[in-house]
Structure formats: structure tokens, C-alpha cells
Design a protein around this ligand. Sequence first.
Ligand SMILES: C[S@@+](CC[C@H](N)C(=O)[O-])C[C@H]1O[C@@H](n2cnc3c(N)ncnc32)[C@H](O)[C@@H]1O
Length: 274
Amino acid sequence: MTTSQQTAATLPAFPRASRVLSTTTFEAYRGITAGIDGWFSIPAVAIWDALLSFQAEQSIHGHLFEIGVWEGKSAALMAMHARSGEKLVLADFELKPKAIRRALSSAGIGEGVEVIELGGDSRALHMYPIHPECFQKVRWMHIDGQHSARAVSSDMALANQLLAPDGVLVIDDFFSWLYPQVTEAVLRYVRQFPDDFTLFLCGYNKAYLCRTHFAHRYLEFCAQELPEALSARGVESTLAKTTYPAEMNTFGIGPVFQDLTRRGPDWEPDMLRY
Ligand SMILES: C[S@@+](CC[C@H](N)C(=O)[O-])C[C@H]1O[C@@H](n2cnc3c(N)ncnc32)[C@H](O)[C@@H]1O
């Protein structure tokens, strides 16, 4: 038996945690989302809510930062997960303060959460005082501003300065046919700075990255808990890892495929390695 055969034989297929994270915030968000204009699909909401609940459970603290707010649809979920002492930083080229405040008040911002609105081009954010204040202290960052490769690269460079060691960076319109340059910019940046970012999950239009030294924790969460966490939120999905981790250690998540909750490689569909 070769070493890889031995590893495959001893690895439990689809190890699973027995608990499901609380869905209270997700249910509350579902009650307000229809009243806010914007782009945020329910499967993406469920993934965010699951990952943010995991952060809460793991006592991961830090600020929440969004580039590209529009009327606050995704910012409202960030607001619901923000805890006392954390900042919610909302940056947009053309801020819509009235609409954003309406969204945040329907979300109900927690006591002790500081909301900071920043108007202007995200490429100038590194010159704002918020940059040193948030340096390496952001636990959740969403890049959803200008969808040019140049802007995405620049926003990722900012995220590289701001993201905490245990934070998550989300990038919108990853693998979108409308914005192929976004996918190119994300993969190029990760390839250029493999010690800074790992792409641990993608699906439902978004890329999820974390610090490379923390990737094992988010990968483990995806493998063991994500499908059940989504199901508890009414989103049935298939989590896939269709190659060896040494080739690409990224989970894909999408609509149910072949009636499976978890899907390994074509040559070994019941084995998830990460
Ligand atoms: C797709 S919308 C954001 C959607 C929002 N996240 C939601 O949940 O509905 C894109 C936003 O990015 C903003 N934007 C475009 N170019 C930008 C730039 N260079 N810097 C900052 N924001 C930008 C636009 O003003 C717009 O509000």
C-alpha cells in the first residue's frame, strides 16, 4: 500500500461536528432583507451568517469593514453580528447615508458598536486615519466596490493591511461571467502573496479568504459544519473538494449536486481531504 492509499484508508470520510450553530440572527435578518435594496442572495447570507456565528463561538473579535455599501443590504447583516467595542466601517464612492442608516436601524445596531461611514474612492482609504486604527484588527471584510481588476487588487492590498490573523475576507462576484477580471485579480493576488491569503471557500458568487496560518480552522469548519449550518438556514447545498489539497485547498459550495451533501473528487466522491 502506498502512503497516500494508507492516508485515504485511515481518514474518516466526512467527519462531522454534532452541533449546529445558532440561527437566530439569520432569522432576524430574513425579516428585514426584503426592505433593503441591493445584491445579497439568501445562500450567501446563510454562508456569512454561519461563518460569523462560528467567529462568535470561537471568540474571534475585531472590526467589520465593507467597501461598496450601496443601501446597506450586506452591511445590515454585518451590523447584526457586530459586538460591543467593535467598529463597523462602511466605505463607498457615493455614500447613501439616509438609506444606509435606515438599513442599520432596521438591523438594530448593538450597544457599543461604532459605525463609521467613509465617502470616496476606496483606492484612497490607505491614507485615512482609519487605516492605522484598523491595522490587522478587522475580522470581517467585504470587498464589493468597483469591479475592475485594478480596484480589486488595490482593495485586496488594503485588506492585506487590515485583516486580523483570524479574520475572513469576502470578495463579491468571484466566478461571475459578468466580471471575469474580478476572478483573475483575486487568484493573481493570492498567487502573489500565498503567505498572506488562502482561498478556503468559494460559491454563490463570492470568494472567502483567510490568513494562510489560520486556514486549517476555516477549512475544518467548512468540512465538518458548513453543510449542516446552511441546511439549518433553509439552504440545501453540496460542499465539494474535487481534488487533492496540495493542488488547490479550496472548498466549493453550490446547489445540491448528485443528491450529495459532501462531494470529493470524481475518482473518490465520498472522500473529503483538506
Ligand atoms: C454592487 S454595489 C454594493 C452592494 C452592496 N454590498 C449590497 O449589499 O447591496 C457596489 C457599490 O460600490 C460602490 N463603488 C463603486 N466604485 C467604488 C470605488 N472606487 N470605491 C468605493 N466604492 C465604490 C458603488 O457606489 C456601489 O454603491
